[in-house]
Design a protein around this ligand. Sequence first.
Ligand code: RTP
Ligand code: MG
Length: 139
Amino acid sequence: MSNNKTFTMIKPDAVANGHIGAILDQIIKAGFKINAMKYIALTEQTAGKFYEVHKERPFYGELVGFMSSGPIVAAILEKDNAVEDFRKLIGATDPAKAEAGTIRQLFAESIGANAIHGSDSSENAKIEGDFFFSALEKF
Ligand code: RTP
Ligand code: MG
């Protein structure tokens, strides 16, 4: 599968803290193009479905509660080597361990409220992008 797309969400903490503009600026300056984007609120049900792969993890309930606590920005991004390059740009899951200058190091509050999501494979990028966007909404 081609590796030129990834899927992201600017999470409720970063939206509430006013970081949408700064985060998008960093993403675009890093060479990503926006293929699709929407400002949307997940319900507990839709967040639960999105994160179903983590259903057995101890933090699942907390994650679903947090992701449905306020609006998010969901987007499909395009760039060569998108998945890997985007994971580098956002930094480690735990912001305390994220490299200097990464989005999570700059904007995340905690391992739970960690500002941004990035797909972990091209396969999942496609599944996640299709979860949020219809054929009409993406290029
Ligand atoms: P993401 O999927 O959001 O890009 O994050 P990730 O790959 O770096 O981390 P993953 O293992 O997929 O976990 C998904 C999200 O669950 C929350 N989490 N909380 N309390 C905890 O120990 C814990 N561990 C993970 C984080 O918000 C993480 O981004
Ligand atoms: Mg993940």
